[in-house]
Design a protein around this ligand. Sequence first.
Ligand SMILES: Nc1ncnc2c1ncn2[C@@H]1O[C@H](COP(=O)(O)OP(=O)(O)OP(=O)(O)O)[C@@H](O)[C@H]1O
Ligand SMILES: [Mg+2]
Length: 341
Amino acid sequence: MSTKKKGLKKDNSKHKHVNLSKRKVENKPKPIIINEKTTKINKENKQFNFQKIIKVMRAALNSDTSEDPKDKKEILTNPQIDVNPIIKNRKMPETGNIFNKTLIPGLDSLLVEGIPKGAAVIVCGGTGSGKTILNLQIMANACMQGKKCLYLTLEESELRLISHMNDFGWDAKRYIREEKLAFLRLNPFDIMRSVDALLAKEKGELLIDIKPVILPKDYTPEFIFVDSLTAISAAFIGRKDTYRVYIEKLFRYFEEIGATTFLITETAQIPKQFSPTGTEEFLADGVIILYSIQRQNIRERAIEVLKMRGVAHQRKVVAMRIVKGVGVEIFPDQEVFVKEI
Ligand SMILES: Nc1ncnc2c1ncn2[C@@H]1O[C@H](COP(=O)(O)OP(=O)(O)OP(=O)(O)O)[C@@H](O)[C@H]1O
Ligand SMILES: [Mg+2]
């Protein structure tokens, strides 16, 4: 099912500290504005024309004129921001002890209490390990409970994802009709070019506050899925620091919104690092690992909750399988030895 990002290399280099805190902005630049119309949902197909939004955003970036703010939406501002790493600043979400159940029985058993509301959770694993299917299932279960979800896809098309959901009996079209579910397709290279354009405009000063994704207007999701951070990072090849700034903004933005987020990253089949730069896993509140372990001539699937800040969870690697028409099944009593034989 995978449409791989062929030719894109992962940037596995270690995070470097960029100390820009002493830089000052003398004159606060003018906000850049975007026409509100472009952020509206296309009422007919309920999908979002993000390409158009990016186009208008780029046009706005190249324009020095600001128009009447009444019928415009400000999407980009340039406050003086310290872009030093926010790892130390990231707070656990104020959950008020609200936890989300995934309604995948084995996974809920590993998680014990559940996923804290507002947490950012990395779901990592090798290619074909089931990252997309697991997230689509968590999303379908959330929609079924009446929760609004947004799936940001940087790899597979919306139609393919809808078709995968149908294969497993998850009624994506119904949830879209009921406005519980929206897919938004993003082009990682458009994101990279937009961030680059902003940096160029500010003459390399990394002082820009950009909304890292423009969410559909009047659509406030409780769950956001990003498939995948690896696809975004691949577009930023050779621009490691820029990617880091972008990713920190993305985490901070999701934190502000208060949505529970699932961020997919592609790793080795038995990973030692869980995200493209290794920084993201520290920004995240939770890490779930999907394994595809080779045992001679077969591969076994397994899953582990590596961390979930602020909650007790089971700490073991257990068997998982993907069943046609059903989805992911997890067996918390079947422990799996991770080393390849
Ligand atoms: N309808 C289905 N029934 C049973 N198993 C399936 C079905 N569709 C996919 N699979 C299994 O799930 C695997 C792919 O799962 P998924 O696309 O979620 O992986 P992924 O980790 O997201 O991969 P990628 O890194 O390529 O995005 C397939 O390789 C196949 O083994
Ligand atoms: Mg996938």
